[in-house]
Design a protein around this ligand. Structure first.
Ligand code: UDP
Ligand code: MG
Length: 344
């Protein structure tokens, strides 16, 4: 169902903020949000209300307590507490299921996505765009992380069958109709920047400098980054599978030709040194064949594993508890297990 929103009148904005062990960050985050989305700024921009949808992704620190306290003090927010750590993408999914506003923004809790940029995105939405994503102009981070992300975006773009913007993460603003379209995608395995690109609509980017983290440390371990990259490629494209099909065919032709040539050469040769050469060649071809087969198995298992997970159709996340501010309506999440909405 497509929902019409007027681009001139006052409208509501939800902001999803996934948080995993971000207790150290929260005081600064609240100050910054209060400053950026002050009443006067909202009035100037024609924004009727802002609701923060915090998703606590199974934190083991005081993240939930701090947020719940702010909600009890009157912050217009919801707190979705997941039953364990389901990962950043699942946390965004949980937040999305809770949104009812005309517009939805997604930002990180560590202030590496500057909330001020959401207002720039909002201007672009007023101009007629349905999706406005942040493009990371400069990353003030560890050079290995910067290089890793650079490679990740180029690789995903190379493999992707839909146009996928470079250096655009999950930081974005979306119209409700885009949110509805993404929510209607049946996959359990969620890759938000890919789904956002896939659904289409009018999209554009705004550039921003990505500052380093002020407190805490990155929750993306090497393993999580690797999963994000491979999930992303598997989500967006069957190209790696097509490459393995091509490689398997090439391997078949080459092996058949070479093994026949080697066998004939080996049977007809009379000299020991030539025999040794043929055997070395045989060894090289067998090793090469094994490498290609191992690579094909690796790609295949990546797809089979994900298909298995999709076939099991387990929920993407499970909500342990839902806390809603007084001014905020609760919405039972469709992709989750039972949750008990509690009003503060
Ligand atoms: N995050 C999450 N679950 C996770 C990992 C991260 O909800 O399993 C949140 C985290 O609290 C932050 C955002 O996702 O708000 C981005 O994570 P992080 O800053 O660690 O990633 P990086 O900026 O280093 O890529
Ligand atoms: Mg970060």
């Amino acid at each position: 169902m497509v929902t019409r929103t007027t681009r001139s009148g006052p409208l509501s904005l939800d902001i999803i903020i996934p948080a995993y062990n971000e207790g150290e960050m929260l005081a600064r985050l609240f100050d910054r949000l209060d400053f950026v989305f002050s009443e006067s700024t909202l009035r100037d921009h024609g924004i009727r209300s802002v609701t923060y949808i915090f998703v606590d992704d199974g934190s083991r620190d005081s993240t939930s307590d701090i947020i719940a306290r702010r909600i009890a003090e009157g912050l217009s927010a919801k707190l979705v507490m997941l039953s364990r750590n389901f990962g950043h993408q699942a946390a965004i999914t949980a937040g999305m299921e809770q949104s009812q506003a005309d517009l939805l923004a997604v930002m990180d809790a560590d202030l590496q996505d500057p909330p001020e940029t959401i207002l720039d995105m909002f201007q672009k939405w007023r101009e007629g765009y349905d999706v406005v994503y942040g493009i990371r102009k400069k990353r003030k981070e560890n050079p290995f992380v910067v290089a890793g992300y650079w490679l990740f975006y180029r690789l995903v773009r190379l493999m992707s069958e839909v146009s996928f913007p470079a250096d655009a993460g999950d930081f974005c603003l979306m119209d409700k109709k885009v949110v509805d379209a993404i929510r209607s995608l049946p996959e359990r395995l969620r890759f938000h920047r890919g789904m956002r690109a896939w659904v289409g609509f009018r999209q554009t980017g705004v550039e921003y400098d990505r500052p380093p983290r002020i407190a805490g440390k990155s929750k993306y371990s090497l393993h999580k980054l690797y999963s994000l990259a491979t999930d992303g490629i598997a989500w967006l494209s069957l190209r790696p599978l097509k490459i393995t099909q091509f490689l398997s065919f090439v391997l078949f032709v080459v092996t058949l030709t070479c093994s026949t040539t080697i066998a004939i050469g080996h049977l007809t040769t009379r000299r020991d040194d030539e025999l040794a050469l043929w055997l070395s060649l045989l060894f090289v071809f067998i090793s090469l064949g094994f490498s290609v087969i191992s690579f094909c198995l690796y790609v295949l298992s990546a797809y089979v594993g994900r298909s298995y997970l999709e076939a099991k159709a387990r929920p993407t996340y499970i909500i342990q508890e839902l806390i809603c501010g007084k001014s905020v309506r609760s919405e039972q999440a469709s992709g989750s297990g039972p949750a008990v909405p509690r009003e503060e």
